[in-house]
Design a protein around this ligand. Sequence first.
Ligand code: PLP
Ligand code: SF4
Length: 340
Amino acid sequence: MTSHLSQTKQADRSASNAENSWHYEMKQAIRSSHELCVYLKISPHTIDAEENDFPVFVPRSFAARMKTGDPADPLLLQVVAQAKESVTTDGYARDPNGENDAVLAAGVLQKYSSRALLITSGACAVHCRYCFRRHYPYSESPTGLEQWRNSLDIISRDPKIEEVILSGGDPLILSDRAIGRLLSELADIPHIKHVRFHTRTPVIIASRITTALIAQLKSTRLKIWFVIHSNHANELDGEVLTGLSKVQQIGIPVLNQAVLLRNINDSETALYNLCKRLIDAQITPYYLHQLDEVAGAAHFHVSVERGKELIAAIRKRLPGYAIPRYVKEIAGEQSKTVLA
Ligand SMILES: *Cc1c(COP(=O)(O)O)cnc(C)c1O
Ligand code: SF4
């Protein structure tokens, strides 16, 4: 039985090798806590698994990096829906960052001067249980080039905007062709210099870094930056790092943002291993975010005091460039607030 299971996992891993298999990975994703528990041979009761209005979505190549039979697996706990999510906690709101106030138009947010954030797609390659956008009204946001027209017009009228952050959801859920069209529209706006991809997709589905994507990224005049999102060293296996190295090889800097999460990366070892794995792949740890207090995520909370302790601890063991800025999002501030 065990050998059968590990063969399945092996197959799931190598499925992500093939070029363009990422669409297939999306189709085949695990879509319930129950199915995920069965896959990992864990009794759903052990972790109080539930299904709720933020559906579970986990591609198999990501699930294959979880440890069979381990209910405390740090990758599993980020993506499985648990009964704890339905507990209401004071101070945990549906729109913790006041994002609904930063909306310039459907699909464009601007909180900080010089950069605007474009909601490119409502979808993601995985559903993270702590996500501050879990209650975001995506259905009201545009998701195709025609619908972006309005967002692009707004950006083109403000010469102070030099950088556009492609976010979502996740911009790499768009097809390579749609990304190419969006980049060429942005390149036509003279004051835009930088385009930043905020994406977790390459960490979840390594095969998303296709030859066609690399070609699109290479052929624009825009300075491209990648900010990936990984919270634990176990997410960063050889295939993920190989995919990202293709991005690095064309001169695109890759940075990482992580969220400080209880029982996932709130130990010195876990945080050290994450930052070490990143710098060994020449990826800069950019931000460590204090959890946004979003309804349903209170069980991931780590105190700011503990966060500062962890940063101080890893600072003694790693080079300066390996230490992320520990930040918190405070509604109404002109930048993220640095805690350590
Ligand atoms: C975090 C964030 C940015 C980017 O901030 P940087 O400090 O430049 O990484 C831009 N817009 C919004 C709305 C953000 O939340
Ligand atoms: S990938 Fe990012 S936006 Fe999507 S669910 Fe996870 S944290 Fe949220």
